[in-house]
Design a protein around this ligand. Structure first.
Ligand SMILES: NC(=O)C1=CN([C@@H]2O[C@H](COP(=O)(O)OP(=O)(O)OC[C@H]3O[C@@H](n4cnc5c(N)ncnc54)[C@H](OP(=O)(O)O)[C@@H]3O)[C@@H](O)[C@H]2O)C=CC1
Ligand SMILES: O=C(O)C1=N[C@H](C(=O)O)C[C@H](O)C1
Length: 256
């Protein structure tokens, strides 16, 4: 019997010489079902994506460039797996409009590819409606250009949605006088505090407080290798999920 071997999926990585991009290049090269066809950086033309014949583009660049990169991919019939931060509601709305005109194309925007982080955020959101108070502390390496982290914003949004659906009142806070920034920033009613410290990679704590007790969900990425199983999961599944998916949890069965 002759076995039919399927052709490897052709993958392009944008931001290929960055901290995440370099890891993603290695992960794609090590996967026998994937073929790296382009590894592009800041100086390269996006037209190299089209000529590479990529099926899937992995965007690990900077908030200023990610929207144009994804638009280019979608307009040229490529699926996109996006880890870059900066996808606010205006950008998401514009991307959804674009995808409506390209109904077979899939885009995954994953604020965090680490499976433990995705689980911690989902569990914390579910638990948050049983506690009076919730705050988030995110801690990252000092080269990070955006604050708060995309993960913290996403976690706060998940928490806000759960608490709103359950009619939970805002977290109590008697502060009437403060130095600017002392109470962090407000993301949909959830306070988020950002730490930038040499030695850290990517870490987050969700603190839930009730009378006489605290529940903490903490996740630590000690190495960017932690993100690669999620990147590969995204690459292997994005074509089967047309339209926009925000959060890797959209491809997982968390049973929540
Ligand atoms: N979803 C997730 O799990 C994770 C997401 N991230 C996010 O991914 C992004 C990248 O993070 P990180 O790798 O640490 O950042 P780096 O700064 O290390 O890498 C970004 C890379 O993008 C390149 N770049 C800049 N502009 C363009 C462009 N127009 N086209 C192609 N490449 C470009 C940069 O080139 P140059 O060096 O020349 O400036 C750099 O090599 C951030 O938004 C970060 O928050 C990070 C970790 C995990
Ligand atoms: O810049 C980083 O490093 C990270 N960025 C993402 C974010 O902003 O949440 C994901 C992870 O936290 C690492």
């Amino acid at each position: 019997m002759i076995e039919q071997l399927s052709a490897p999926t052709r993958v392009a990585v944008l931001g290929a010489s960055g901290r995440m991009g370099a890891e993603a290049v290695k992960a794609v090269e090590a996967a026998s079902d994937l073929m790296l066809v382009a590894a592009l950086g800041r100086g390269d033309s996006l037209d190299q994506l089209a000529t590479s014949g990529a099926d899937i583009v992995v965007d690990l660049t900077v908030p200023e460039s990610t929207e144009a990169n994804v638009r280019y991919a979608v307009e040229h019939g490529m699926h996109a797996v996006v880890g870059t931060t900066g996808w606010d509601s205006t950008r998401i709305a514009a991307l959804e409009a674009l995808l409506a005109a390209h109904p077979e194309t899939g885009v995954l925007i994953a604020p965090n590819f680490a499976l433990g982080s995705v689980l911690a955020s989902a569990f914390a959101a579910k638990a948050s409606k049983y506690f009076e108070s919730v705050e988030i502390i995110e801690l990252h390496h000092p080269e990070k250009v955006d604050a708060p982290s995309g993960t913290a914003v996403r976690t706060a949004q998940l928490i806000a949605a759960e608490r709103k659906a359950a009619d939970v009142p805002p977290s109590p806070d008697a502060t009437t006088s403060e130095l600017a920034g002392a109470r962090g920033c407000d993301v949909e009613g959830v306070r988020v505090h950002s730490v930038r410290l040499r030695g850290l990679v990517a870490h987050q704590e969700v603190l839930l407080g009730g009378p006489g007790e605290q529940l903490t969900f903490r996740h630590d990425s000690f190495d960017r290798a932690s993100f690669m199983p999620g990147v590969l999961l995204g690459v292997r599944n994005v074509a089967a999920h047309p339209g926009l998916t925000v959060g890797l949890d959209g491809y997982l069965d968390l049973g929540l």
